[in-house]
Write a protein that binds this ligand. Structure first.
Ligand code: CA
Length: 233
């Protein structure tokens, strides 16, 4: 399972080291070195867990945690140099799930991440931010099956290329979540996304044609301007 983790930490060495450990364990890692980038990532990216440093140059981790809790239920782990109980209580009352004091062993962080994710997926299998993995989705007459690799619209089979199928599957799996072009590209193509990349847009266009959709009033794949694409729940 490829879960998405955001690391917010202004000490780049710590952030990058943690990133290496988490990537080694198979997680997709997003890194923000300041609060502004963190908030942008939270808004634009599908995440399963966030690790937040408390002291940031342009804000603090508590504020970011609060912001996350306004919209999401995924686990939040706070990092701080201060081991004070006050900080810990503060973090936990505003909705953080765990608390790690610096200096830490990266392996300990990985272990805590695993524990939190296990808890989260066990207790919130139908959480709106995360769909339970199934091999088939049936969304308003659009049926897509990962085992047979077939897709039907109103019981008529659609001829999709493997890439189109993968895009549609990814969006169906994340129904109700806005997926950025970057996330889509990195998950479907498995390569790093470049800003001037129109590939995703072009494939979405063809996919829409096959779904008989109009860009103005799409029934399935909606554009969220400046953010990405979504299939509404
Ligand atoms: Ca810091």
């Amino acid at each position: 399972m490829n879960e998405h983790i955001l690391i917010v930490e202004d000490e780049t060495e710590i952030a990058d080291l943690l990133g290496v450990y988490l990537k080694n364990d198979g997680y997709t890692v997003y890194t923000a070195y300041n609060s502004a980038d963190a908030l942008r990532c939270i808004k634009e990216t599908h995440l399963d867990l966030a690790i937040l440093d408390v002291m940031l140059p342009d804000g603090n981790g508590f504020k970011i945690c609060k912001k996350i809790r306004e919209a999401y239920y995924y686990p939040v782990i706070m990092l701080t140099a201060k081991g004070g109980d006050g900080d810990k209580i503060m973090g936990l009352t505003i909705g953080a799930d765990d608390y790690i004091t610096k200096p830490f062993n990266p392996l300990e962080v990985v272990a805590r991440v695993k524990t939190q994710l296990r808890r989260y997926t066990r207790y919130n299998p139908m959480d709106g931010n995360r769909q339970e993995t199934a091999n088939e989705h049936d969304i308003r007459g659009l049926v897509i099956n990962k085992d047979t690799h077939k897709c039907f619209l109103y019981e008529k089979e659609l001829q999709l290329t493997p890439i189109e199928f993968a895009i549609l599957w990814y969006l169906c799996e994340h129904q109700g979540v806005v997926v950025s072009a970057e996330e889509l590209f990195e998950n479907v193509w498995g390569e790093q996304y470049l800003d001037n990349n129109n590939t995703v847009m072009a494939h979405i266009g063809r996919l829409r044609e096959k779904l008989h959709e109009t860009a103005r009033k799409p029934k399935f794949i909606k554009n969220v301007w400046g953010v990405g694409y979504t299939i509404e729940a």
